[in-house]
Design a protein around this ligand. Sequence first.
Ligand SMILES: [Zn+2]
Length: 142
Amino acid sequence: MVVEKDGLECNCGRKGCFEKYASMKAFKNNLRKALGYDENFSGKELLALIKNIKKEDENYKIINKIKQEYIEYLAIGLANLINIFEPEVIGIGGSFVYFEDVLLDDLKKEIISKNMLFNKRKELNIQTAVLGNEAGIIGAVL
Ligand SMILES: [Zn+2]
């Protein structure tokens, strides 16, 4: 699903794909790049940084800008899907689950405040996967 016309090149051969902007991989890589860290700076470390950042810290604005961009793209993509399929609930898995505290409320606010949903009567129900990032592994074992 394209969310950005003439956007970043994707492995699928198209440009501006949802995945290039709204995946956790993209979010974490954008944070690392903007903050000057390499790929050895883990997702866990990034999460700790986001949770502990204070308004007066020099990286506060950078982190919030990257976070806001990520939220905007994720909101656009999810709103597209919600408007087409009208699901009762959206379940987000993967490493987003670990970042739920710093992302989920902002994501819901973005979709609601920007009036992205066609059907205004529907409640917006977005939840994170209870098995977290291990769902695929657990499913494979079962
Ligand atoms: Zn693609």
